[in-house]
Design a binder for this molecule. Structure first.
Ligand SMILES: [Zn+2]
Length: 265
């Protein structure tokens, strides 16, 4: 089973006492986002080289450092973990992307139609999802509802900022979750998980793609991927999610334009 992050991460520390009612002051600068490519055993050395050549982490870190103020250094690390996973560890302020996850994705999708998109989309989504958790912790953002859903929102919003390529990656993520939903035996305890069910994540991502520009991909509704009722409300849902994330991040931005670099959703 493809594990998409967070399942075994330590719980977040207890919440701080409620903040005073005064408007939030800008976060003092002082920290930086740092990309790291950890040592890999021979099995994953080629993957490490490919990942470094893609400059995925470096590009994201540059965008983050141009955009977000953080108090302390935060590491985005590709690393060998002993399992195909990804997680954010708040005590270390570290997002870990496991070489084993990239290896698993490559093995799973290398012969699938649209394999490059499936691999790149899933890996990027996992990275951005964990970055969403990091933002909630580092910036002490108030989140009601499930943080896992908020992290999915954050990841999808950032993908959909990247034009047609980002749209294709987001569709690939929905495809990945749909395939995973077909391949995983359903258990009652799935309802107890902090993540949405795979099919719920499919429909959420498609709703946000549709809600961002309903005229752009009419096949989402025409082919029955969304109910009429949900589809009608997706534009409002998307706009509310985007406005909420913008408002939450606003006190921590170095740039204030919504046309700024990633990761401003
Ligand atoms: Zn998560």
């Amino acid at each position: 089973m493809l594990v998409l992050g967070c399942r075994d991460q330590p719980p977040l520390p207890p919440p701080d006492p409620p903040p005073p009612p005064a408007p939030a002051a800008p976060t003092p600068a002082g920290g930086r986002f740092i990309a790291s490519y950890g040592v890999a055993s021979p099995l994953y050395r080629q993957l490490r080289q490919s990942l470094m050549a893609s400059r995925l982490l470096d590009t994201l870190v540059t965008g983050l450092n141009d955009t977000i103020r953080v108090r302390e250094n935060v590491v985005l690390a590709a690393t060998e973990c002993g399992e195909p996973n990804a997680y954010y560890r708040p005590e270390a302020r570290r997002v870990s992307l496991c070489y084993e996850l990239l290896d698993q994705l490559t093995r799973r999708y290398s012969r699938a139609e649209g394999s490059d998109l499936l691999i790149a989309g899933t890996f990027a989504f996992v990275l951005l999802h964990e970055l969403g958790h990091a933002m909630v912790h580092l910036l002490d953002l108030p989140i009601t509802g499930r943080e896992e859903d908020a992290a999915d929102q954050f990841a999808t919003l950032l993908m959909l900022r990247e034009g047609a390529v980002g749209d294709s990656l987001a569709f690939a993520v929905a495809t990945m979750f749909a395939q995973q939903a077909e391949s995983v035996a359903f258990e009652d305890l799935a309802f107890a998980d902090e993540h949405g069910l795979d099919l719920q994540r499919v429909y959420n991502i498609l709703c946000w793609i549709h809600g961002r520009a309903p005229e752009r991909y009419p096949e989402v509704v025409r082919e029955g991927w969304l109910t009429e009722g949900r589809a009608e409300r997706c534009p409002a849902e998307f706009n509310r999610i985007r406005a909420s994330w913008r408002r939450l991040l606003a006190p921590h931005l170095k740039v204030r334009s919504d046309s700024g670099p990633i990761p401003y959703p």
